[in-house]
Design a binder for this molecule. Structure first.
Ligand code: PRP
Length: 177
């Protein structure tokens, strides 16, 4: 039988919407005349991306990539690989990577370096959340929604073993038994 963890709401749907609106205003200010390429890192960022682009309401291109760290479970093994690379050519383009969470920072560090080899005009990072208590490599997050405590979070696209991505808010798992 699948156990039901105890969840507590960290950010309501309204708080998330306000953060998305603020981020969109910052990004629009910087990219309104740049026709940027937004690259969403699957799977967790799909809900955030969908809300962000509609709030941006700007000419832009969307690409998807999927990365994976070796090993299973919540602890990253530290080795990242590209499962699905972007399809489009980003040479000379202004790129904005869209993430749902920066945890250790290893995925973002790897992916930003991977993209820079494709010779874009610029690469910046937008993440809905950051968990500074878990940082292993320092990453500059150019556009950050909110900081989260050292708890496992789910909802708004973010999963726990593929569960809870559908929740409209962001919740913390209080009891993982
Ligand atoms: C999450 C998140 C980031 C990564 C961050 O993806 O979307 O890509 O972990 O972790 P890090 O900073 O420790 O590298 P996850 O591997 O959970 O995959 P998913 O988005 O498909 O659920």
């Amino acid at each position: 039988m699948v156990s039901e963890p105890k969840l507590s709401i960290l950010f309501t749907a309204e708080q998330i919407a306000a953060a998305v609106k603020r981020l969109a205003a910052e990004i629009r200010r910087d990219y309104h005349d740049k026709n940027p390429v937004l690259i969403a890192v699957l799977k967790g960022s799909f809900v955030f991306l969908a809300d962000l682009v509609r709030e941006l309401n700007l000419p832009l291109q969307i690409e998807f990539a999927q990365l994976s760290s070796y090993g299973h479970g919540k602890e990253s093994a530290g080795k990242i690989r590209v499962v699905k690379d972007i399809q489009g050519d980003i040479k000379g383009r202004h790129v904005l990577v869209v993430e749902d969470i920066i945890d250790t920072g290893l995925t973002a560090k790897f992916f930003l370096e991977h993209l820079k080899k494709k010779q874009p005009a610029s690469v910046k990072l937008c993440s809905l959340t950051d968990k500074p208590s878990r940082t292993q490599v320092k990453i500059d997050i150019d556009y950050l929604g909110m900081t989260v405590p050292d708890k496992f979070i789910v909802g708004y696209g973010i999963d726990w073993d593929e569960r809870f991505r559908y929740l409209p808010d962001i919740r913390a798992i209080e009891d993982e038994s």
